[in-house]
Design a protein around this ligand. Sequence first.
Ligand code: TXA
Ligand code: MG
Length: 342
Amino acid sequence: MKYKFDWKEKIKDEELEKVIEIIKSDRLVLVPTETVYGIAASALSDEACKKIFIAKGRAQDNPLIVHVSDKEMIIRLVKNVSDIEEKLINAFMPGPFTLILEKNDVICDTASAKNPTIGIRMPSNSIIHEIIKKSQIPLAAPSANISGKPSGTCIEDIFEELKDNVDCIIDGGECKIGIESTVVKVIDNVPTILRPGYITEEDIRKVCGNVRLSANLFKKVEENEKVESPGMKYRHYAPKTKCVLVSKSENQIAKINEILLEDENACVIGFKEDRDLIKAKKYIDVGSKYNLEEVARNIFSALRKVDKENVDLAVIEGVEKEGLGLSIMNRLVRACENNVIE
Ligand code: TXA
Ligand code: MG
């Protein structure tokens, strides 16, 4: 890393020029978005996008999301936008929403992993927005983490992991949302959620009248299985420490305490309200179970804390798979590598 810029208070003009110079010379910048931090590079350049894959240790067949500043830029990058796709764009962009569209040749093959489609996202975070708008370069940016690890929602969590792999780090403070965008593809005229996120099934139903969840959201997918989204195949969000997720049920807390009796050297990721009911020596508080937005904001940092606790097991308190809870559970099931107690 050559540069570290602090833009928590405001975007600094001279430093913005430097960032644009770095992007134009096909190098990498760690940038905040409203969901999670991203490792960004020009989506127009194979050379730049190849560096992202190397920095993350990312599988070659897993395409990147391309970030844009406005609708005009979308039109420049894709072949065709149907009426339903236009409705989704108008309703959810800018914001934590990614739409898979048919790409044209402007976007490089490395960004799309040679797929005919590309994920397009228009972030609402002002820092990444300004960089794209001022440079007029669409930015390919996956979540800022080594592949397989939890996504990064503040610089402190990912600095050590990524400092040698990027040219510039921009600190924009904590991400407002904390889990990644909802990824949607319109299949046979029905918006289909390939990755749940902050925008929920209900939000999409209200706009389109119709929505489907991919069948693979909670399934363990094999390496050679054909899926709608390559990201579904890979290990994700997992701490090094073994994790077990205890689903929401009437005796959820009793089940957690049972596990803790058997395993003395375990920690718990749980809610503020249950701290005194759960007999854990080490407790990582993710916020209130009545405030899922708070839980979403804290979940990746909590998963990252597990490996620092020096325990041999992390027991995680699950939430109902509804609304934002569905997205949180999607991340947790993967973090536990499907080790779930119903
Ligand atoms: O909130 C976000 O989306 C963050 C911030 C940085 O914008 N980005 C992000 O990117 O989460 P990434 O690369 O970590 O996750 C992108 C997901 C992967 O699961 C990938 O497989 C899927 O989107 N994806 C990307 N392009 C696709 C395509 N053309 N078809 C199907 N799935 C795609
Ligand atoms: Mg990711």
